[in-house]
Write a protein that binds this ligand. Structure first.
Ligand code: SF4
Length: 91
């Protein structure tokens, strides 16, 4: 069950679910971007980019409320957020 009040500790994009709608990029462009395959990737510290799973602390930047908004805006619910204790924050 989702608990959106929990702090985000891990972000993952399910590339099989992602359809490249880019709503996440609109919501939080500091974290999400589309790659050459039109799949969402995470901007990581040091310039690396992949679909995760990535620790929240490994992300280049971004704001938790906007990351949650990005996940909520995804039409296929392809963005998974987890808390420190492993519980799913979203979806
Ligand atoms: S909003 Fe969802 S489907 Fe669209 S690019 Fe982001 S992860 Fe992919």
């Amino acid at each position: 069950m989702s608990d959106e009040t929990k702090k985000i500790a891990k972000v993952t994009v399910d590339r099989n679910l992602c359809i490249g709608a880019a709503s996440c990029v609109m919501a939080e462009g500091d974290v999400f971007e589309l790659d050459a395959e039109n799949k969402a990737v995470l901007k990581l510290k040091g310039g690396a980019k992949n679909s995760g799973p990535a620790e929240r602390s490994a992300l280049e930047g971004g704001a938790d409320d906007k990351i949650l908004l990005a996940a909520q805006s995804c039409p296929t619910k392809a963005i998974f957020l987890h808390a420190e204790d492993g519980t799913q924050v979203y979806p």
